[in-house]
Structures are given as C-alpha cells and as structure tokens.
Design a protein around this ligand. Structure first.
Ligand code: V47
Ligand code: SF4
Length: 366
C-alpha cells in the first residue's frame, strides 16, 4: 500500500501550521479551510486528509448494495443547475405510480439490496398519501432493506401540502417505513447563491432547521454540498462550518457527500466541469474541516470510478454503491455508468490497497 500517512515531509508552516492541529485533533478554523483551498500542494493536503481518515476508519473502504428510485421528475422548483426536472406537459416528464414502483423493485428482487434510495421532484399532483403508500409498499416488498428517502426540500413541501408541521410529517413517514434520509437539497448554504440559482428552493437556514428536526425525531441523515458552479471558496468553507455546528448539536449526520456540478442540459451549460484537483481538494478539505463526521463519500457517479478510487487516498472512505438507474446526474450529461457491479466496486477498493467492507446504511458490515 502507498504510504501517504507519513507526515514528516510536510512543513510545520504549511498553511499556517495545520499539520500540528491535525495531529493533535485541534479543530480547523474557516481561515485554515480557506488556506487549504488556496494551496496548490495537493499531495500535502491529501496526506493530511488521509491521516485523518485513517484515524477514523483505518484501512477500510465502504460500499453498499443499493438501488436508486427517482419517482417523479416533475418539479415546481426549476433550479437553474438541474437538468432532471420537467414541467408536467414536457415530453420527458414522468411520475411513477405505486404499481411502477413495485415493478422496479421486483425487477431486482433476487439481488442482495440493503438500501433503497428514493427521491424525486416537487410534483404538485402528489399528496402525503402517495408518499406514505410508497413507503409502505417498499417496506412490504423489501422488508429487510433500509429505506433512505426524501430530502429536507421534500419534507418542507409535504408539510405545506398537508398542513401538518415538520415533526408531524416526519412521524407519519417514520411510521410508514422511513428509516433514514439522504443529504440532498443542501446545495450551498449561502443566501446569495440560492437567490441567483434556485430562488424557489427552501433557504439554507430552513434546510438546517428541518434536518435538525429530523435528527431530533431519531432519523439519521447525510449531508451534501453541490460545488463547482458560482459559489466562492469562502461559501464552501462556510457550508462546512454550518454542517459541523449542527453535527455538534445532534450527531445525526452519517456521511458527507460532495456533489460535483454537471452543467450539460442545464441553464448553466456555459460553466466548465470541475477539475480532478478541485474534486480531490474538496473531498480532502471536507475530511479535515468536518472533524465530527465519520464518513466522507466519493460519489463515483459524479466524479467517475477512477477518481473516486483515487479519492480513497484523499480522505474518502466510502464509494457509495451499485445504484443502477441513476437519473439526476445522467440527465446533466454524466458519462459514468448508470450502475456498477459489486465485483467492480470491490476490485476498485482492493486494487488501491484498502479493505472492502460491504456496509448497510448505518455503516454496519453486512
Ligand atoms: O440535491 C442536481 C444534486 C442532489 C445536479 O445522501 C446535481 O447518500 C450535479 O443528494 N450536477 C441529489 N449535482 C443527489 C444526492 C445524493 C446522491 C448520492 C448519495 C446521497 C446520499 C445523496 O444532486 C441534489 C443536487 O444537489 N444535483 N443537479 C447537477 N446538474
Ligand atoms: Fe426540483 Fe430538486 Fe431539480 Fe431543484 S434540484 S429543480 S428541487 S428536482
């Protein structure tokens, strides 16, 4: 295995003395995070992140056998960065009936899927009853699997549509089978980016408040950050600080997932793709700033399998999963596969010198 955990060749002065802080478990400040982003010494940043990662999870690299189901792409929000959403009368608009969902589940019923990842647009035709029936149906058919479904954005919409408050909505979803929530909808927790790119979406503060309520109801969630569009380095670091503060309060986050922006077929198609250096830096700096998160995911769908494998040396400890039928990034021009086999993922991990661990949604080995 490549030795990236030796920090001797990193100067004590690197980024104002960050090495000392990392070794002694001292929390990094916003200024430290900004200094890391401004540094072009990607190897030193990677080594520090690898050191922090090894302290948390040793040589393990996780993956999950999961299935994604996107139940509708009809969405009232129309965020400028989104290539997935459609208006009802557009040709590619779709809404899965409960029968369609059953079909999707039965198509893969013989596979050892342990997690269903279910998210969709804000479709004005759907009411709380659809969501409850969806959850109950999935639980009936896949009773052993974890249902990881709906973002804070969908929870807010459901609360508005049903007239129930957020804790009431969460309780109902939980009773119907919701086990955990993905980290989408956070985008960048910056009022100015939100105003320019997705003014209809809930504010960053509302996203944080909803997630806090979800954690207080005993439901774990992930957190994401959509980067590589118009946001500044300072806004990315501020995003990390806000997540870190909430994690200090609730300890309800399981993993952080940086999402690299794909511009094709969006209203921001003039913007270039993120670079490998930015992807690796963002994963590494997330690992270093988010000292109270156990897991940092390198989401292969967004950055490609090969860079995701490399990211295991830059602070990531999880490659996500088999997925099958990813829609959101593929509508935005992602060239990656729509799913991977378990063998393929295990091979990526072992060839990098890590120990593959097939996990459930809560990071227990399966
Ligand atoms: O919220 C939308 C992002 C998210 C684009 O929690 C885009 O385990 C890039 O949250 N380019 C949904 N990103 C995906 C998501 C997720 C994915 C994998 C695992 C988990 C988890 C969560 O995708 C949206 C938005 O931030 N997104 N459009 C785009 N053009
Ligand atoms: Fe709708 Fe989500 Fe796309 Fe925004 S990102 S338009 S909320 S589906």
């Amino acid at each position: 295995m490549i030795k990236t955990d030796n920090l001797n060749d990193i100067s004590a002065k690197f980024c104002g003395g960050i090495k000392e802080k990392i070794i002694n478990g001292i929390r990094l400040t916003s200024e430290d995070g900004i200094a890391l982003y401004k540094s072009s010494d990607i190897i030193s940043i990677g080594k520090l992140a690898h050191y922090a990662r090894k302290k948390k999870c040793g040589n393990k690299a996780y993956y999950i056998y999961n299935q994604h189901i996107n139940y509708t792409n009809i969405c009232a929000n129309q965020c400028l960065f989104c290539a997935y959403a459609r208006k009802k009368n557009q040709p590619e608009a779709f809404l899965y009936s409960i029968e369609d969902i059953k079909k999707k589940l039965y198509e893969r019923i013989d596979e050892p899927i342990t997690e269903l990842h279910i998210v969709g647009g804000l479709n004005p035709e759907l009411n709380l009853n659809y969501y409850l029936t969806l959850l109950k149906t999935v639980k009936q058919i896949r009773y052993k699997a974890t249902i990881k479904a709906f973002t804070a954005v969908e929870i807010d919409y459901l609360s508005q549509k049903s007239g129930l408050n957020v804790p009431q909505v969460i309780k109902k979803l939980k009773q119907a089978g919701l086990d955990m929530m993905p980290g989408g909808g956070a985008e960048v927790l910056s009022a100015s980016v939100r105003k320019k790119l997705f003014p209809k979406k809930i504010s960053g503060d509302r996203w944080l408040r909803i997630i806090k309520m979800v954690h207080l109801e005993g439901i774990k969630t992930n957190a994401t950050m959509l980067y590589g569009h118009i946001e500044t380095i300072e806004e990315r670091i501020n995003h990390f600080i806000k997540l870190r503060e909430l994690q200090d309060e609730t300890n309800g986050f399981l993993a952080f997932i940086p999402l690299a922006f794909h511009s094709k077929n969006t209203k921001l198609s003039r913007l270039p793709s993120t670079t490998a250096i930015d992807d690796l830096k963002t994963i590494a700096i997330a690992r270093l700033m988010l000292d109270n998160f156990d897991h940092i995911k390198a989401y292969w769908v967004m950055i490609g399998e090969k860079l995701a494998q490399t990211a295991l040396f830059f602070g990531a400890d999880d490659l996500d999963g088999t997925i099958i039928e990813e829609k959101i990034t593929h509508f935005a021009g992602a060239k990656t596969a729509k799913g991977l086999t378990e063998e393929y993922i295990k091979n990526l991990i072992t060839k990098a010198g890590f120990t593959p661990v097939c996990r459930d949604s809560f990071y227990n080995p399966v």
